[in-house]
Structures are given as structure tokens and as C-alpha cells.
Design a binder for this molecule. Structure first.
Ligand code: FEO
Ligand code: CA
Ligand code: CA
Length: 685
């Protein structure tokens, strides 16, 4: 998210900023890198991870050197024409496709919710039983493998108070927020699961389906992993530190090979206030000191308040002990949260082992039997880091269909190692372990700084500072190529990086347009090889800004949401307000097939002036919006994306319709369903 409640401030004062001189080293090693990435792909093919490389060639290759063979070329090719930019109150999609509005904010999920009212008058109870606000990350979970019947697990990232209430937010003469308004705001956040079914070719919500459910900023959840049961998370609500309430600012997402959804808590620090002395982790993550961003804590003491539902947002220590107040409430936020969409009797579970930060997304690597599972995670603020989780247990494909999905989640997500990335100027990199024996750049250990693993996790950012991770240009989503295991990270922009603070992996300062970095991990998960896949830019920019040679037909800025489909097409979305591109087009969805970009020897290439036509604009959203969230049905014939914070949309159930001139709508974020008019697969026929 970027509008209204965005907080991407630079709170990294670690000094982990390499010198400008690394640029020369970066530029001089680029040709070497291409060979090395080729070797990495050859290695993965040889080890059985590759899905499409020529098996006879792969079997004869050494994992230690560049491939002497040209990998078998995939026949996959984009078959749509890149569309121009658009700046209207309607969506635009490539020729031959249609786009429909599905499940906008306020759509009832069950009969406890009244239909959505255009005057903003729906109650807090309605909101708890309906689609939340500002759709973001999502994942389609098929029912018995179907591409016409499934569950959409979806995030509701934040709220637009002006649209949520009839006349915007109110306060009484003493500055207190009304309890009903606060409850409605709490209930508009979080995540949800909604049953979808395709009927006569069109997707629709299955009202009252028993699997429909909402998770709000008040829902009871379980704590799992290293923080569970520790002093850090004991509260008046859960004296034994095993449970907590709510999830908030759920931005990007992930999923698991055993059929669960991962929702990621991003800009949650804003909902809390600490008017006393903030502990170091709260300073580093950005918990405020004067009031919560919505003033939820101001409703405390209302005659209708139940179980401290408002008081818990004031995390000031004021009672005799932690189990008498909510000083630890913020320590129950900042995690990856696992949800079993197929069993509505289960609690959402916070997997604390995966670190505490402003989590953006959590994309899995390839699941290979006998190897650990990995997930990649960005921490979206200026100069924050890229993280990786590596499970202790190795993947057993029998776990793909377990009797108890959350028990399987505990197996792979509660025990393992958390790493943070360092990108070196020569195209190599290291995954730095965050554990008690990890050596800091100061020569001590993380154990000496933070005591134990729970202490390290509580201040994950601080631990990453201490081991010398590379500060990045706002890490957003990650994506993994199903064809070769290459991982990608959107670095959306960084307005505070100066020309003197650039490094090889973040080479523009300030970085107003963002870029996408790509890497391949070593088999032992401890090192990586990387390159920059594409630089965002306006077409008319200087060569130093427009380093990928983009044109009007694919210029973009601020890449954010991103996903590979199962065929190896990389789709990425933008969340841009940089005028040089925003004056040309609203936010958009672009596509490219990275494995098609190779040199004469078959080594992978980044996008550049000679091959940039491979990057095509597929979809543009309406004025004011961000295009985010992306998932496909198993047959790739339906693409779901989300339109978040539109200005004056949707007008009808066709996403490409605009409101008549002069008509002002109460805006509603919504999922957009894109289908090919001939019924074929999206993007490649
Ligand atoms: Fe919620 Fe980093 O975007
Ligand atoms: Ca963003
Ligand atoms: Ca985002």
C-alpha cells in the first residue's frame, strides 16, 4: 500500500550502507554473472528441480561450471499485444479478454450481514460478516482440484475511513472515537476466506458457504513457534502467552504445499500507541508515542467495551505486571499468520519463527522431496531487508494432503532457521543466520545482544542490522520461477537513498522507480548469485535511469505485487505515485517470461534495450488505485487481481465500465476476474 496510511520511514540507523565504489565492481562483473546464473540453473536441473530444461543435457552437466549446452527452448510465448497506458475511472485489459468485478468491500459472506449500503450505513456486525476493505494479497485454493470451484483466501490491508463511514470518522468533544465506529474499522481489517464458484462462465460468491469466514483485528488466534508462552507475549488477555487477538494490515501473502494460506502483517505498528518508554523493538519497528493512527485506544472505557477490546491498543506499561495490562500486545503482531482455508473450525496461527517485522509477502521456494522447504520474505520500509526461512524438516510429499494442516504447519514453520540477505558487489551473496551464536559485525553474538532466540525474533530488524545485512529499496513481494527455482524480489522505490549510499543491489539513489532483483540459492541455502532483472523507469528518462530501455508500452514504476503462474510467466503489479510514469498511466499489471530471455549460449539475461519488448502491459486499473494481489485457477484460465483504493470505481459489474460523467461513487476495493473471451489460458493461449 502507498496511500493514506503508508509508513515506509527509514528507521534503519545501523549504518549498513556500502560505499559508492562498489558500483564499479558491480558493472564490471555483470558478464560473469550471466554465466554463473546459467550454472545455477544447470545445477538445479541436474539435481532434479528443473521442470522444463532438457533432461539429457542437464544430466551431463557439471554443477560447478557454466552450461555448455543451450537449454531446450520453451514454446511458451505471450500472445497478447501490450496495451497503452490509461488514466480513467475504469480498468483496461488486453484485447480478447474481459474483466469483471467480484466480491467488492462489503459483500456479505453470510446471512448475519445486511447487503452493502451505498450510504456507508452498514453496521460493525455487518462488516464482521462481509468482505473487508482494501483487498490485497490472495490465493485460490481449489476444491478437489477444480478450476471452477474453490476458496479465495484474501487480505484486507487497511481502511479508507472516509468511505467506511457515512460521513467519515468522528470523535466526541473529548476526542474519543465512538465504539461502533471503532469496531467497524477493526472488522474491516484482516483477512477472509470466501467460497467462489463459476456458474455459466462467470465467477460468483457462494453466500452462506460454511467455509466462508473472516479474520479481523479482533479475532482470537494462536501463537506458535519460539515466542509462544514466553514473557514477551503475556498479556491480560492471555496470561500464559499462548494466544492473542487479531491480525492487521495484511499486505502480501504466501501459501504452503499442504494447502494453507499465509497472511503477512505489514504496517501494524500504527494501530498501537506507547505513551511511556518504548522498548528497543518498538522504536525500531515504529510504534507511535502520541496516539494510534485511528485512535482506537480512545474508545477504551466506553460502557459497551468488552474484554478490553479498545484498551489493548494502548501498549503503555501502567499496571503492576504484564498480565495486568497490554504492554506486550504489540509483541503479538508482526508475524506470518497461517490459515487453514479448508477447515473453518481452526484458529489462525501466528508462526513467530519466521520473524517479526513489517512483513510484505511470504513466497515458497520449490518443494523438493528430501530437501528443506524455504520461504522468502520482504520487510517493506526504506532500507530494510530480505529474509528467508529454511525448515528444519525436509519435505515429505506425503504431507501435501495431511489430516491436520496446521499440525503440518508446525512441522515446517515452527522449527528451522531464519536468515537475512547480504548482496555483495561481485554478484554473490550470503544468507546470514539469525540465531544466538550468529556473529555480529561488532564481533559479538546475537545471543549477547538479545539473550535468546525469542529476543532475536522480537527485534528481527535489529538482529539483521547487527549481522551486516544489505539495506534494500523497500522489499515488497517475492516470487519463485517454477521452471528453475530462481527467486525475484520487487524493490518498490527508496526516496531516501542518496547518491552516496547506493550499492550494487540498489544502484540508484534516490530510487524513484524501483527495480526487481533476482537470485538463485546454493543447494546448502547459505549463499546466492544475483542480478537485477529489470529497472522501473519512464520511457523518456536518461539512460542512467532507464537502464532496461523501457518504452511507452512497458514503462512502469514502483513494482509491488508479483507472482509466477504455473507455466513460468512472471506477472508483476505496480503501486506507483512517481509522476513521470503516473502522469502517463494508472497502476498496472505486466507480464514477461524470464526463461525466454537468454543469450546465444542459453544463459539468462535481464531485460535490456534489445529484448525489452518481452515485457508487456496486460492490464491497467482505474484512477487512484493500486493493482495488487494475484492468483490463478489451476488451469490458468482465470486470473484474479485486486483493485485497492480506487477513486471512483466500480460503476457496474464490468470492471472496464466507468461511472457516467459527473457521478461520484462510494469507492469499493474489489477483486477483478479476468477471463479470455475464447476461454483459453491467460496470456499464452
Ligand atoms: Fe502494503 Fe508494502 O505494501
Ligand atoms: Ca507498495
Ligand atoms: Ca504491497
Amino acid at each position: 500500500m502507498s496511500r493514506d496510511t503508508g509508513d515506509n520511514l527509514d528507521r534503519n540507523h545501523s549504518g549498513n550502507l556500502p560505499m559508492t565504489s562498489v558500483m564499479d565492481a558491480y558493472l564490471s562483473r555483470r558478464s560473469m554473472l550471466r554465466g554463473s546464473l546459467g550454472a545455477a540453473i544447470a545445477m538445479i536441473a541436474a539435481s532434479g528441480l528443473g521442470g522444463c530444461l532438457d533432461s539429457s543435457a542437464a544430466a551431463s552437466e557439471s554443477p560447478s561450471g557454466p552450461s555448455p549446452h543451450t537449454p531446450k527452448q520453451t514454446k511458451l510465448a505471450l500472445d497478447f499485444t501490450s496495451i497503452p497506458g490509461s488514466r480513467t475511472d475504469a480498468c483496461v485489459v488486453a484485447a480478447g479478454y474481459s474483466a469483471y468485478v467480484l466480491a467488492p468491500w462489503g459483500t456479505p459472506l453470510n446471512s448475519a450481514a445486511s447487503p452493502w449500503q451505498a450510504d456507508g450505513s452498514n453496521s460493525a456486525t455487518d462488516q464482521a460478516n462481509a468482505m473487508g476493505m482494501h483487498h490485497d494479497g490472495m490465493h485460490f485454493f481449489p476444491i478437489e482440484g477444480s478450476s471452477e470451484d474453490g476458496l479465495l483466501a484474501i487480505n484486507f490491508e487497511y481502511i479508507d475511513q472516509a468511505a467506511l463511514h457515512p460521513n467519515g470518522p468522528t470523535r466526541d468533544a473529548n476526542g474519543k472515537r465512538p465504539a461502533e465506529e471503532v469496531r467497524k474499522e477493526i472488522n474491516a481489517h484482516g483477512a477472509g476466506v470466501v467460497r467462489l464458484r463459476k456458474v455459466d462462465g462467470r465467477w460468483q460468491v457462494v453466500d452462506n458457504d460454511p467455509l466462508n469466514r473472516r479474520f479481523t483485528s479482533a479475532s482470537r488466534m494462536a501463537l506458535s513457534g519460539p515466542l509462544r508462552g514466553t514473557d514477551h507475549v503475556r498479556t491480560r488477555y492471555s496470561a500464559d502467552g499462548t494466544h492473542c487477538r487479531g491480525t492487521n494490515n495484511n499486505c502480501g501473502n504466501g501459501f504452503t504445499p499442504w494447502g494453507t494460506y499465509l497472511t503477512c502483517e505489514e504496517n501494524w505498528p500504527g494501530i498501537f500507541v506507547n505513551k511511556g518508554s518504548r522498548p528497543e523493538d518498538q522504536r525500531r519497528i515504529g510504534v507511535g508515542t502520541s496516539s494510534g493512527q485511528f485512535g482506537w485506544e480512545s474508545a477504551a472505557g466506553d460502557s459497551t467495551e468488552v474484554a478490553d477490546e479498545f484498551a489493548r491498543f494502548d501498549v503503555t506499561a501502567h499496571a503492576a505486571s504484564a498480565t495486568d495490562d497490554y504492554r506486550n500486545e504489540a509483541s503479538t503482531y508482526g508475524y506470518i499468520v497461517e490459515i487453514d482455508p479448508y477447515d473453518s473450525s481452526t484458529l489462525a496461527t501466528k508462526r513467530t519463527a519466521l520473524g517479526r517485522m513489517r512483513h510484505e509477502g511470504c513466497c515458497p521456494g520449490l518443494a523438493v522431496p528430501g530437501k528443506p522447504l524455504v520461504w522468502y520474505m520482504g520487510d517493506d520500509s526504506n532500507n530494510e531487508y530480505l529474509y528467508k526461512w529454511v525448515s528444519e524438516a525436509v519435505w515429505d510429499s506425503a504431507d501435501a494432503h495431511p489430516a491436520d494442516r496446521l499440525q503440518t504447519g508446525a512441522k515446517y514453520l515452527d522449527h528451522g532457521n531464519l536468515y537475512v540477505a547480504r548482496f555483495d558487489a561481485d554478484g554473490s551473496g550470503a544468507w546470514l543466520l539469525l540465531d544466538v551464536d550468529s556473529v555480529t559485525t561488532g564481533g559479538g553474538t546475537l545471543g549477547e545482544l538479545y539473550g535468546d532466540l525469542p529476543g532475536i525474533i522480537l527485534n528481527t530488524r535489529g538482529a539483521a542490522d547487527a549481522v551486516g545485512a544489505t539495506p534494500m529499496d523497500r522489499p515488497e513481494w517475492t516470487a519463485v520461477n517454477p521452471l528453475n527455482g530462481d527467486a525475484y524480489l520487487t524493490l518498490t522505490n527508496n526516496s531516501v537513498r542518496t547518491p552516496h549510499q547506493v550499492d550494487a543491489a540498489n544502484p540508484r539513489g534516490p530510487n524513484r522507480h524501483g527495480h526487481i532483483i533476482r537470485w538463485h540459492d546454493s543447494d546448502d541455502q547459505l549463499s546466492l548469485r544475483w542480478d537485477i532483472f529489470v529497472f522501473g523507469a519512464n520511457a523518456g528518462a536518461t539512460a542512467d535511469i532507464n537502464r532496461s530501455g523501457l518504452t511507452e508500452l512497458n514503462q512502469f514504476a514502483s513494482p509491488d505485487g508479483m507472482r509466477f503462474d504455473s507455466r513460468g510467466v512472471l506477472w508483476f503489479e505496480t503501486d506507483n505515485s512517481e509522476p513521470s510514469v503516473a502522469d502517463y498511466t494508472n497502476d498496472q499489471l505486466l507480464a514477461v517470461i524470464p526463461t525466454d530471455l537468454v543469450d546465444a549460449r542459453g544463459n539468462p539475461l535481464p531485460l535490456n534495450a534489445h529484448n525489452q519488448t518481452a515485457l508487456r502491459r496486460f492490464f491497467v486499473g482505474p484512477n487512484g488505485c493500486e493493482v495488487t494481489g494475484i492468483t490463478f485457477t489451476p488451469d490458468n484460465r482465470t486470473l484474479f487481481v485486486n483493485i485497492q483504493h480506487p477513486a471512483n470505481w466500480p460503476a457496474t459489474d464490468r470492471a472496464t465500465d466507468a461511472a457516467p460523467a459527473g457521478v461520484t461513487l462510494r469507492p469499493r476495493a474489489a477483486t477483478v476476474v479476468i477471463q479470455r473471451d475464447d476461454g483459453g489460458a491467460i496470456g499464452t493461449g
